[in-house]
Each structure stands twice: as C-alpha cells, then as structure tokens.
Design a binder for this molecule. Structure first.
Ligand SMILES: *Cc1c(COP(=O)(O)O)cnc(C)c1O
Length: 217
C-alpha cells in the first residue's frame, strides 16, 4: 500500500503525512523503515511520547486542535503545526516560540465542512488576522499555507466543492498577503477517503491514516 500510494503522490509532487494517531510504535517504525519521515498526530501528549521514543529525524506534524496551555510543550518537538484555528492560538505559538528561540512553521486551518464541530477560520476571520498589526509583529511563526477537512460524506461533489473552496482561499491569501513569500505554498487537504479528490483539486499535502495503517481502534 505504502509504495503504491507514495508513487502516485510523487507523480503530483504531493507530500504524504502518515497519520499515526493511536498506532503503536512498532507500526510507525515499520513505515519509517520503508522511508517515511513525516508523521501526523492529533494529540499533544501522544505526539510527545512517540517523539521521545522514535528516531530523531522524524518530522512531526500536529494536525489536531491545540489548546493554548499545551503550546509550550509542543514547540521543541513539532516541525509543522497544521491546526492553527484562532488568532489567540497563533499569538501563543509566537510567544512560546520566541522564548524557545525558534521559528515555528504553521498552517491556518479553515472551516470548509458542513459539520459544525470542525475547528477553523472563516476566510474573513483569516483576512482580519493577516491585516492586524499583532500578526505583522509575530516574528517567530511562519505561515506556510492552509489546511482543511471536508465533510464526512459519500457525496463526492460536495467534498470536491469544499476542497475547491479551500484552494480559492489559498490563492486569494497568497495574492493579498504572501506574494513575495515562497514558503506560503501548502494546501493540506485529503484523507484516506478523499485524497484523490483533494489531489485533483490542488492539494500539496495529504494526511493519511487508515489507508496506510488499517482501521483504527
Ligand atoms: C485522523 C485524521 C486524518 C487521517 O484520517 P484517515 O481517515 O485515517 O486517513 C487526517 N486529518 C486529520 C486532521 C485527522 O484527525
């Protein structure tokens, strides 16, 4: 499965984030030994515990909701925080990154699904953030793009429309705020059930768990 998926994604130059939440260390290590280096976790504690025991050259992405009181712990370990869903959280990441003496790469998470439970910015909220002086003064975060999750549904046209919407948000923000910022380039969208649609709609990074590891408990 892994090789097959990787070959397809490589054709499109799409980055594979292997979502290892709930998976035991040996299964993660097995994928590492096949060459995978980018892994995604949705809980801070689980990410930290795994990072401590697994090879140091793994790039850990946080893909789940991050509480401000856990930012400090994650800063030394994380390579990309994909789930920045509020201005307050971004400010806290900036503050703790500054204290730790590093610049942390982040994606802005957008609410594109119809479900009301999913976290994320609306386009106008993100514009307000990016226009703010507070944001301009954040020297220790680097915004590298956008992330979103489509509605969990069999309706592939709805999923496609949502991914297309995220791509438009990316394009607009790029033009308005990041024209001269080559690092603002990622559109993280696509999971096990919808990655092919996401890639067709311009995803640069897919987050795939169950397709690689089998169903979670
Ligand atoms: C769990 C999770 C995924 C992966 O889900 P699969 O359906 O197992 O591929 C992707 N993104 C986020 C934010 C997740 O929480």
């Amino acid at each position: 499965m892994y090789r097959n998926l990787l070959n397809k994604l490589n054709d499109y130059q799409v980055i594979l984030v292997a979502v290892s939440k709930t998976q035991p260390l040996d299964r993660i290590l097995a994928l590492y030994e096949e060459g995978q280096r980018v892994f995604g976790e949705n809980r801070v504690q689980e990410l930290l515990q795994k990072a401590e025991k697994l090879p140091q050259d793994i790039q850990w992405h946080l893909i789940g909701h991050l509480q401000t009181n856990k930012v400090k712990q994650i800063i030394p370990v994380v390579s990309l925080i994909q789930s920045v869903d509020s201005a307050r959280l971004l400010a806290e990441i900036n503050k703790q990154a500054q204290k730790a003496g590093r610049v942390v790469d982040c994606l802005l998470q957008f609410h594109i699904a119809q479900e009301s439970t999913k976290f994320g910015f609306s386009k106008s909220e993100a514009v307000a953030l990016l226009e703010s002086e507070a944001c301009a003064a954040m020297t220790h975060v680097r915004l590298c793009g956008v992330m979103g999750m489509a509605t969990f549904t069999d309706d592939s046209e709805l999923v496609r429309a949502e991914f297309r919407q995220l791509h438009h948000i990316f394009t607009d923000l790029k033009a308005q705020f990041f024209k001269d910022a080559p690092y603002f380039k990622e559109i993280s969208m696509g999971m096990s059930s919808d990655w092919e649609i996401a890639v067709a709609e311009g995803s640069t990074m897919v987050r795939i768990g169950s397709l690689l590891f089998g169903p979670r408990n």
